[in-house]
Design a protein around this ligand. Structure first.
Ligand code: 13P
Length: 266
């Protein structure tokens, strides 16, 4: 079961690029990462989504949004709903730690955002992860379990389940943008815990074995191998390095080796 999961590399461009330069970057990344068996996604800022969608139309690189609103529509000045993203993106990052930190996004709100993804055919990449103090206090697993359980609880309150096509990104907050990565073995242990919690709390079948879990946090072409060496890890959510064509080429090339190994073992 492990080996049948897809290998995914998603680039989170965060608040970088303009509509004028994003299409070119997307085109260059697509050309430099043509590797069999790897699901490639780029997530530009909202305003660059049309340019990136058009630039990637003839490629197999998918487009993701970085966020969506928790309500379907209404008086929310400056916000973007799931419905607005239809036709622009097919994936959406949900619950990124920078939004949890800067916009005080709660686990319950993140649960509602997952529902909005499902309603609009957007495949969610749900981000979870602990702060450094939580890891140092031995609370990393409890923190991630709590994040998942509260989001699942909100979905249940709304009479909904987890989106069937959910992807989870384990992003320890202390590893994001710091150059300091987690250990591959710690990330693998967290991936196993994430699947266990999804099975226990949301009834995801086969002990969650079908749910892709990505690692994120200072991933580069040099550090990706440590994570993809772990069978529990199915790829990466890449921040800073996803803006560099050469780095993406290296990361996706390494992901292609994992994809090939899984295909031959299946
Ligand atoms: P960095 O790769 O820049 O650490 O960012 C990771 C991240 O937050 C991806 O969403």
């Amino acid at each position: 079961m492990t080996l049948s999961r897809p290998v995914i590399v998603a680039g989170d461009w965060k608040m970088n690029t303009t509509p004028a330069d994003a299409g070119r970057l997307a085109t260059d990344i697509a050309a430099a990462t043509e590797v069999a068996g790897v699901t490639r996604i780029v997530c530009p800022p909202y305003v660059a989504l049309p340019a990136v969608r058009d630039a990637l139309a003839a490629t197999s690189v998918a487009v993701g949004a970085q966020n969506l609103h928790g309500e379907p529509a209404g008086a929310y000045t400056g916000e973007v709903s799931g419905q607005m993203l239809v036709g622009l993106a097919t994936w959406c990052i949900v619950g990124h730690s920078e939004r949890r930190r800067d916009q005080a996004e709660s686990d319950e709100l993140i649960g509602r955002k997952l529902l909005r993804c499902a309603e609009n055919g957007l495949r969610p990449i749900l981000c979870v992860g602990e702060q450094l103090a939580e890891r140092e206090a031995g609370l990393a697993e409890e923190t991630v379990r709590g994040q998942l359980e509260r989001s699942i609880g909100e979905l249940r309150r709304l009479g909904a389940g987890l989106p069937a096509d959910l992807v989870v990104a384990y992003e320890p907050v202390w590893a994001i943008g710091t150059g300091r990565t987690a250990w591959g073995s710690d990330a693998a242990a967290m991936a196993a815990l994430i699947r266990l919690v999804l099975a226990e709390s949301a009834g995801v079948p086969e002990d969650g074995a079908g749910v892709p879990v990505l690692y994120g946090g200072s991933v580069t072409s040099a550090s990706i191998a440590e994570f993809l060496a772990e069978p529990e890890i199915d790829g990466a959510l890449v921040g800073g390095a996803s803006l560099k064509v050469d780095e993406m080429a290296g990361i996706v090339a390494r992901a292609g080796m994992t994809a090939a190994a899984r295909a031959s073992a299946a």
